[in-house]
Design a protein around this ligand. Structure first.
Ligand SMILES: Nc1ncnc2c1ncn2[C@@H]1O[C@H](COP(=O)(O)OP(=O)(O)OP(=O)(O)O)[C@@H](O)[C@H]1O
Length: 469
C-alpha cells in the first residue's frame, strides 16, 4: 500500500464492519494512532505481524479490531461455534484490561462475537462448562492457564484457531513462559495468523519467530519508545535515601506534584515503608504489588481509574530484569523468597492507568525496558505527563545507561532526554529536620506488620467475595 494512502488511513477507510466502526465511535476514538494506521491494514490482510510501538500508543486495538473483523467476516459462513482467536498476555491484570477493551469494541456485535477471560479465578472446573458450552470466539488468557484447559480437553483449537495474539510478547518469553508456549504449539493447527506486540521488542526476535510466526512482517515504528518531550517531561534529581524521603514529602506538601501519581519503588517492603511514612503526614496512598490477591489488584486499578485514589505506590518486581535476578535474591535473602507472590501479576506492563499526570521513580528501575514501561503509564494516548526519577549514587550508572539508550532513539530535535528537576533545596532543607526522623521511625517491624495485616485483610476480602458469588 502506498505510503501516502497509509498516512491518511482513517478507521472508516479500513474496510471495517459497521458494528466495529460504531463501537470505535462510542469509545471516542476519532482517528487511528500511527501504529494503528500501519498495523491494522496489514493484520486485516492476514499477515503475521510483530509490532513494536511506544507505550500507550494504542497497541491493544491493533490486534482486537482485526480479530473482531475476522470473526464477523466468517460468522455467517461457519456452521459451528468455535474458538477462533486466542489472546495471550503475561499477567492477569493485562488479561482483564484486554477483555474490557474487547467488550467495548464488540459492544455493537456482542451477540456475534463472544469473548472470555480465563485468567480470572482459580478453578479450572468452574470455567470448563462455559468453555465447552459457549465455545467463545475470543479467549484471553495467560499462557499457563490456557495450557491447563487444553490439557484437560476443555477447549480444542486444532481445527478452529485462526489467529494467535501475544501481547507484551517479549515479557511472555522472558518470564519462562516460552516452555508453556512450546507446549501450546502441539495443541494448535499447523497454519494460523499470529500477531505479537510490545513497546520493547528487541532486535533479536528469532526465538519469537520460530515459536509462533511464519515469515512475519516486522513493524517497528521509527518512533522512540516513549512519547516526545512535548508530551512527556522526564526529570531527574539526585537524592540519597534520606533525601528521597524529604523530597517526596516536600513535593506533595508544597503541591508541586499535582494530579494522579504513580510512585514506583524497588520491592514490596518499600511499598509499605513509603505508605506508612506518607500516612504519618496525612498523605493518603494505596499500595499495589504482587502479594495482593488478583481481585484486590484489579480493584485498586479500577478505583484509581475512577478517581478514588490519587496516589499509588507500586512495586514492579516482576519485570524482565528481576526474573534474572531472582536467584540472586533467593541467595541473599532466603526468607524473602518464601513470600507468596503471584507470578502472573504486573503493574508497569501494559496496564492502562487512566489520566496519570506523574510517574515518580522513588527507586530507579533496574533496566531500560523497566524504565520505559514504568514511565509509559503516563502521557498515554494524546495526554501529557511527567516522570521524575530520584537518583542515588548507586543508581547513577543505571540512569546513565537508560539515558544513553533513550538518547539513541530520541528524535534529533530533542537533544537531552533527562532534565534536572529545578528545586529550591532550601525549601527541602526547611522540612528536613521535621521529616527525617519520621522516615527512620518506620522500622522494618512496622513494615512487616502492616504488610502482613494488609495482605491478610485483602485475602479475606477476596475470599468473602468468592463465597458471596
Ligand atoms: N485511536 C485512538 N484514539 C485515541 N485514544 C486511543 C486510540 N487507541 C487507543 N487509545 C487509548 O490510548 C490508551 C492506550 O492504549 P493501549 O493500552 O492499547 O496502549 P498500548 O500501546 O498497549 O500501551 P502499553 O505499551 O503500555 O501496553 C487507552 O486509554 C486507549 O483507550
Amino acid at each position: 500500500m502506498a505510503e501516502e494512502a497509509i498516512k491518511d488511513m482513517q478507521f472508516h477507510k479500513m474496510g471495517l464492519d459497521d458494528r466495529i466502526l460504531k463501537a470505535i465511535a462510542k469509545v471516542g476514538w476519532v482517528k487511528p494512532t500511527l501504529i494503528q494506521e500501519r498495523a491494522i491494514p496489514l493484520a486485516l490482510e492476514g499477515k503475521d505481524l510483530i509490532a513494536r510501538g511506544r507505550t500507550g500508543s494504542g497497541k491493544t486495538a491493533i490486534f482486537l479490531i482485526p480479530a473482531i473483523q475476522k470473526i464477523l467476516n466468517h460468522k455467517d459462513k461457519l456452521k459451528e461455534q468455535s474458538t477462533r482467536v486466542i489472546i495471550l498476555a503475561p499477567t492477569k491484570e493485562l488479561c482483564r484490561q484486554i477483555y474490557q477493551n474487547c467488550i467495548q469494541l464488540t459492544s455493537s456485535c456482542s451477540k456475534d462475537v463472544k469473548c472470555t477471560n480465563l485468567s480470572w479465578g482459580s478453578n479450572l472446573s468452574v470455567q470448563k462448562p462455559m468453555l465447552m458450552a459457549v465455545c467463545p470466539d475470543i479467549v484471553i488468557s495467560t499462557p499457563s492457564r490456557i495450557l491447563a484447559h487444553l490439557k484437560a480437553r476443555h477447549l480444542s483449537l486444532k481445527t478452529s484457531l485462526d489467529l494467535l495474539i501475544i501481547d507484551e510478547a517479549d515479557l511472555v518469553l522472558s518470564f519462562g513462559f516460552n516452555k508453556d508456549l512450546k507446549e501450546l504449539g502441539s495443541y494448535l493447527p499447523p497454519v494460523y495468523q499470529s500477531i505479537l506486540t510490545s513497546a520493547t521488542l528487541t532486535a533479536d526476535l528469532s526465538e519469537l519467530k520460530s515459536l509462533v510466526l511464519n515469515n512475519p512482517s516486522v513493524l517497528k515504528l521509527e518512533e522512540p519508545s516513549l512519547p516526545p518531550a512535548s508530551q512527556l517531561d522526564q526529570f531527574i534529581i539526585y537524592a540519597e535515601e534520606e533525601d528521597k524521603a524529604v523530597l517526596i514529602y516536600t513535593l506533595f506538601k508544597l503541591n508541586i506534584i499535582r494530579g494522579k501519581t504513580l510512585i514506583f519503588v524497588r520491592n514490596v517492603d518499600r511499598c509499605y515503608k513509603l505508605k506508612i511514612y506518607l500516612d504519618l503526614f496525612g498523605i493518603k496512598a494505596c499500595t499495589l504489588n504482587s502479594e495482593l490477591p488478583t481481585s484486590s489488584r484489579c480493584h485498586i486499578v479500577s478505583q484509581f481509574n475512577e478517581g478514588l485514589y490519587d496516589i499509588i505506590i507500586a512495586s514492579d518486581e516482576r519485570t524482565v530484569e528481576d526474573a534474572t535476578h531472582r536467584q540472586d535474591l533467593k541467595e541473599s535473602n532466603p526468607d524473602k523468597s518464601k513470600r507468596k507472590k503471584d507470578k502472573e501479576s504486573g503493574v508497569a506492563r501494559g496496564i492502562d492507568f487512566q489520566f496519570v499526570s506523574n510517574v515518580i521513580n522513588f527507586d530507579f528501575p533496574k533496566s531500560v525496558d523497566s524504565y520505559i514501561h514504568r514511565v509509559g503509564r503516563t502521557a498515554r494516548g494524546n495526554r501529557k505527563g511527567s516522570a521524575l526519577s530520584f537518583i542515588s549514587v548507586a543508581e547513577k550508572p543505571l540512569m546513565e545507561e537508560c539515558e544513553a539508550h533513550l538518547q539513541q532513539i530520541a528524535s534529533e530535535d530533542e537533544p537531552s532526554v533527562f532534565r534536572p528537576f529545578q528545586f529550591k533545596m532550601d525549601e527541602v532543607d526547611a522540612f528536613r529536620y521535621r521529616v527525617r526522623d519520621a522516615w527512620k521511625s518506620v522500622t522494618s517491624i512496622a513494615v512487616r506488620e502492616t504488610r502482613l495485616a494488609e495482605i491478610k485483610a485483602e485475602l479475606l476480602k477476596s475470599q468473602q467475595l468468592k463465597v458471596s458469588k
